[in-house]
Ligand binder design. Structure first.
Ligand code: HEM
Length: 441
């Protein structure tokens, strides 16, 4: 039998955005590759035979007499659960559904399980998938049919338990046939793919949110650290100013040495703070170069003068060797000076005694500055990590914060140049800076 619902292409209304494409009648069986032989095979698997057809015919009388009550009880049950009630808010829809439900139920007892029957059951499954009714609610509802019809049958066959069992057994086979086709209908409508896609989307949203929160937190931490580091410059500047004053009025008293020591420590601290702040600025692309003509020989002389006392205390000498002619570069004087300061402090700290040589020359299109110490040298396996911030964080070898060389590399690159290391354990270390000479005057 072909009921009126066979002609309608799919459930009306209620289909969410992204729902399955319209499923036209008479094409679903083909789409799951279910031909006449396949349909017959399903019935055989359910052990459906002529006796069942007879049993269904016997059931029809009771079913027709009770169908209205069964349908009422059916929707009474669905309206008592939040998950199913939400789809039945419109009384007109419920009235329409009751009529369709009546046809659906009675058709189960017709005994005509041909192509049209299979097709219509697939479509009803697909129609429910389009309303986004989860399959457990839809499939669970089939048990209602058994309970509602079973109760009515009991009234008729109370004294014939064998008949009652046989009738219910045949009806149960149809229920399971319909449930199987309902599942196929859900799969055909793309419900599984849609649900998975929704789950993945939700998971992606949760992950994105967690990442955004983590990034916010890290930013807040970085901002706070930056602020604290920046604020340290104030009191440190105060200490430097006072020690400077005290050293200017030096009288040869033993306290002078202490002041000089305090000044060196405060300068070290200031240098580390500036490294940190400028690394952050360079990483965020905020460090503007202040270009001006810079004579490299003068800059190296200034640098060696600044650290000569510290070097002498450590039993070292600092020498500057310039190979003329050396062009005047257009670069950031303050930044380059800070790179040199870092490298010279490094050299003083890591050479037990001996000489620190600062040299500069023109090498093709580059100005090359070399800072050599006669310290213990750095094994080549450790050299790559020296300029890498992430690796410095894990274990610093040559400096307190481990960030001096990271700063030097970033600053040299910011000025359009490079920095490299040449070192052999036992015979000292040379840092080689190159800066483009074409940026010269
Ligand atoms: C044994 C279980 C069920 C059967 C046999 C059944 C039967 C049907 C039938 C025959 C249709 C018409 C399909 C079409 O348009 O071709 C339909 C549609 C529908 N059913 Fe069910 N149904 C069942 C369970 C449920 C449940 C649990 C709900 C939950 C509230 C539900 C809600 C709906 C809705 C919202 C529609 C679409 C109505 C529309 O077209 O506006 N059904 N059902």
């Amino acid at each position: 039998m072909a009921s009126s619902d066979d002609e309608r292409p799919r459930a009306r209304g209620g289909a969410p955005p992204g729902a399955a494409p319209v499923l036209t009648a008479s094409n679903l069986l083909g789409r799951i590759g279910l031909d006449a032989a396949g349909c017959a095979r399903r019935l055989t698997f359910l052990s459906f035979d002529a006796a069942d057809v007879e049993n269904l015919a016997q059931l029809r009388a009771v079913a027709h007499a009770n169908v209205d009550g069964i349908v009422e009880d059916f929707y009474g049950h669905l309206l008592s659960f939040e998950e199913t009630r939400r789809l039945l808010a419109d009384p007109e829809r419920v009235a329409r559904l009751k009529k369709l439900q009546r046809e659906y139920f009675l058709r189960m007892l017709e005994g005509d399980f041909g192509h049209d029957y299979f097709e219509s059951r697939l479509r009803v499954g697909a129609a429910h998938a389009s309303t986004d009714l989860r399959p457990e609610w839809y499939l669970g509802t089939y048990s209602l049919y058994l309970r509602l019809l079973g109760g009515r049958l009991l009234e008729h066959y109370r004294d014939e338990p064998d008949t009652l069992l046989a009738l219910l057994g045949s009806f149960t086979k149809v229920v399971f046939l319909d449930m199987g086709l309902a599942i196929d209908g859900y799969i055909l409508s793309g419900y599984v793919d849609r649900t998975l896609a929704q789950d993945y989307r939700r998971m992606a949203e949760v992950a994105e949110q967690a990442l955004a929160e983590k990034a916010d937190l890290e930013q807040a931490k970085a901002d706070l650290t930056g602020m604290i580091v920046h604020d340290l410059k104030g009191p440190l500047g105060g200490i430097l100013a006072v020690t400077q004053l005290a050293l200017r009025q030096a009288s040869g008293a033993p306290s002078d040495r202490h002041f000089a020591q305090i000044q060196r420590s405060a300068q070290d601290l200031m240098r580390m703070i500036e490294n940190l702040l400028e690394i952050d600025q360079m990483q965020e692309g905020r460090l503007e170069l202040r270009l001006e003509p810079v004579a490299i020989d003068g800059l190296l002389a200034e640098c060696s003068a600044e650290y000569r006392a510290a070097a002498e205390i450590a039993g070292m000498t600092i020498a500057v060797a310039i190979e003329a002619p050396l062009p005047v570069l257009m670069t950031d004087r303050w930044l380059l000076r800070r790179v040199l300061n870092n490298l010279v402090v490094n050299a003083v700290r890591h050479s037990a005694a001996g000489a620190i040589d600062l040299a500069a020359r023109l090498a093709g299109a580059q100005v090359e500055i070399r800072i050599h110490d006669s310290g213990r040298g750095i094994p080549s396996a450790d050299q790559a990590a020296l300029f890498d911030r992430a690796r410095r964080r894990r274990g610093s070898h040559r400096e307190d914060t481990g960030l001096g060389l990271v700063f030097c590399k970033m600053a040299c690159e910011r000025m359009g140049g490079t920095i490299a290391i040449e070192s052999t354990p036992g015979s000292g270390t040379t840092f080689v800076i190159t800066l483009p000479a074409e940026a010269s005057l």
